[in-house]
Structures are given as C-alpha cells and as structure tokens.
Design a protein around this ligand. Structure first.
Ligand code: AMP
Length: 418
C-alpha cells in the first residue's frame, strides 16, 4: 500500500468542516477590515526565497524543497508566503492602484522540518500584508487583525508579545554590541548559536537552550539601540494598541527568525498549545520590496499557522460539528423509493439539505442512518401511502409524527423554518 509521506496528512471528511468554517470566518473577517485575498503559485524560483527570506535562515539553509527543473531552473515549493506576495505586488504593480495595498491569504506551505505535533512538512498559514505605509497605524491594524481574529475564533489564553528591532543602522550597532558581549562565551554556545554568531548573531536571541537563555539575561538590550525615529514609531504603535485595548507584553528578546524584519516584531502564543505554542508571527519589513527588485515600499504583515489554531480550538473543546442534514427520506418498497429520489431532488433544489439511502437497505437500517445524519425531519413513504398521495413526516425535535398530503409537504416544511 502507498501511504502519505512523513510530515503530511489528509484532512478527512470529519475534519474538513472545521477548515471550511475557519476559512469562511477568515473571508468574512478580512472583508470587515478591508483586506483582499491574493493567491500565488505553489512553486517559485529558488532565488525569490534565498534573496527574500535570507540565506542564513533555517528555512532557506535547511528546510526548502528545491529541485533543478528540466536541468536548468532552480525551483522551490514555497516555504513562506510574504516573499511570493511581494513578488506578485511588484510584478503586477499593485502599488500603483492605491497608496496602501491590503492583502490576505490562506495557503499551503512546505518545509523539511522534523515532524511533531504542530509541526508538519506541509502545513497551512493565513496572514495579511499591508504594503505602502511606514506609519504605526498600519502596524497597529495588522496586530489588531491577528489578535482579534483569534479572539473571534474563541481561542483563549492568548499572549501577544511585542518588540522593536529598529531599522538597519541601529541593528548593525546592536549586532556588534551583542557579538562583543558574547565573544568571551563563544565556546559555551551550541553549534547552532556558534554558527549564528558568525552569520546572524541576532538569531542567537531565539535560542531555546536553558544555559544560553541564562547567558543572555545580561546581554545588551536592542531597545537601547533604537534611533529616535524608531523609538517614536514603537511608542506610537503601543499607544494605538492601548487605545484599542489590545493587551500585549514587551519581549525585548523576540527578534523572529527571518531576516527581513525591521522595527516592530510580534508573536502571539497560546497556553492551550504545548511546546509549539506560537500561533502567529509577524512584523514590519520596510526593506523587502526593494530587496526583491521593487521600489522602496514600507510594509507590515503576519502569518498564522492554521493547524495550530485548530489544535488550540481542540484543546479548549470548540469542535462540535453542526448538523449537515435537514431532512432524511426513508422509502419502503420499489415505487416509494423511486418517488423518494424525485422528491429529494426537488427538496435539494429548494435548498434543503436532504439525503436518502443509496444502497437499498431495510427500513431499520435507513432509520439508523437517518438518526446518524442528525436530520431534524424524517420523511417516510411506503407504496401504499404513495398510492394515496400521502407521506409521513416526523419532527425528531419533538417526536411529533403525522401523515400529510404529498402536495402539502412544501408548505408544511416551510412552516417548520428549518
Ligand atoms: P513562521 O512563518 O515560521 O514565522 O511561522 C508562522 C506560524 O506558522 C507559526 O507561528 C506557526 O503557527 C506556524 N508554523 C510554522 N512552521 C510550522 C510547521 N512546520 N508546521 C505547522 N505550523 C507551522
């Protein structure tokens, strides 16, 4: 038997309704905030990610599914969504249509990671990107979307962590200060952190290793290196969040994994999740559009893991499937069954979620199926009733059963307000 690959999984029918519900809510929510959906291809030129995300990041250096296509072009299954969205923004000159372009997406991503709960090789993210404005209003709006969407789903125990990593120039001086602080301790660092010490020392702050966390307690603070403009920007973001009553905690060690961030960075975690507790991450990325060949365009966005949201909802017990059937038809005898098929066809055209038995089972088996379907109304038709132009209708909500004229069925159902 051929099985699915490690780190991938099927969304089975008793699970897919949850995805549909989340997607429907996402589309509604985003239209309230005035964001429009964008969909980009599943694969892109590898260069888009190595340039856009950064050669030194885990994603690019270790996790991409890359191949040489036709022996000529280096292609990659998309491991993140901001770079493709920015590529499309530049390619289609979306910035010319309006000063701010507000986009959202929900899509599958691919990373060759070690699979575990909440960490797959094919997974899904939704997110937003607001391109074209350097102002803190955009940061605050994007953070509000991330936070309020999770609240609207019913996810509890949210923690919004906020930081600013400044703009290019102050980050360079901070990197130097951090390196200076860490240099007497390089031998105590893990292999990963030693590598990061050379390539991107800021990323050492992401460490989950206990003795490194302790070592970093006395490390210089990035907030002390912010320029005056960076500081003003950050305090305005906080003021706007306070005004919207969005609770956050400052986390000066949070730098996020990707190279393209500038100024605001944020992350939302939920204690409903286990060790993989990050639901969403984002921030401002004022240099990315330019790096990918567009005009200098400030931007801010976030991406949230859909599987993680569903796990969080599971943990807090928000997983009851709404009934998918209004009416179940039970037919006894050949003529009644055929008449039932016509009847259900008409009911379906009127918009009733209706079902019947496709495998010619006994009445008992059909009744069992009807119960399982969660239908409120049972229609029971025998050959004799058919001859009399009648049908039995049972309301499972109050167990009332009656025989009515078939011509009255439509009216009768209408009154029940299914
Ligand atoms: P990132 O693009 O790495 O900033 O991740 C953003 C969000 O995507 C995280 O907060 C997680 O919720 C989710 N995520 C990242 N990697 C994975 C993965 N391998 N499997 C499932 N969800 C993931």
């Amino acid at each position: 038997m051929i099985r699915s690959l490690k780190g991938t999984y099927d969304i089975l029918p008793d699970e897919s309704w949850r995805w549909q519900a989340l997607e429907a809510q996402l589309h509604d929510f985003m239209s309230i905030y005035g964001y429009k959906e964008i969909r980009t291809p599943a694969f892109e030129k590898t260069e888009l990610f190595s340039r856009g995300v950064g050669e030194e990041t885990d994603i690019v250096s270790k996790e991409m599914y890359t191949w040489l296509d036709g022996g000529k072009t280096n292609l990659t299954l998309k491991p993140e969504l901001t770079a493709p969205v920015v590529r499309a923004y530049i390619q289609h000159n979306l910035g010319a249509l309006s000063p701010v372009t507000k986009l959202y997406y929900m899509d599958a991503l691919f990373r060759r990671e070690r699979p575990q709960k909440g960490r797959q090789r094919q997974f899904h993210q939704f997110g937003v990107e607001a391109l074209g404005t350097p102002f803190p209003e955009a940061d605050a709006e994007v953070i509000a979307i991330a936070y309020e969407f999770m609240v609207s789903l019913g996810i509890t125990n949210l923690k919004l962590k906020l930081n600013s990593i400044g703009s290019g120039q102050c980050r360079d001086s901070y990197k130097d200060a951090l390196k200076e602080y860490l240099s007497p301790h390089v031998q105590e660092l893990s292999e990963t952190s030693r590598l990061r010490f050379e390539t991107n020392p800021l990323r050492i702050l992401d460490t989950k290793i206990e003795h490194e966390i302790v070592l970093l307690v006395k490390a210089p603070d990035i907030l002390d290196f912010l320029t005056e403009e960076d500081e003003t920007h950050f305090s305005e973001v906080r003021e706007l969040l306070d005004g919207m009553k969005i609770p956050y905690v400052l986390d000066k060690r949070m730098v996020r994994g990707l190279d393209y961030y500038t100024r605001t960075t944020f992350e939302i975690t939920s204690s409903a999740l286990g060790s993989q507790d990050a639901l969403c991450g984002g921030g401002r990325y004022d240099k990315l559009v330019e790096t990918l060949g567009g005009k200098s365009t400030p931007a801010v966005g976030f991406a949230a893991g859909v599987e993680r949201l569903l796990i969080a909802l599971d943990e807090i017990g928000k997983t009851e499937e709404p009934s998918k059937t209004d009416i179940y038809f039970v037919g006894l005898g050949d003529q009644a069954r055929k008449a039932g098929i016509k009847l259900v066809h008409d009911l379906r055209k009127q918009g009733y979620k209706s079902n019947y038995d496709l495998v010619r089972r006994s009445m008992k088996a059909q009744m069992r199926e009807a119960n399982k379907s969660g239908a409120r109304i049972l229609l029971i038709l025998g050959d004799q009733e058919l001859e009399n132009n009648q049908i039995q209708i049972k309301d499972l909500e109050n167990s009332q059963q009656m025989t009515i004229n078939l011509d009255e069925l439509k009216n009768h159902l209408y009154k029940l307000e299914l």
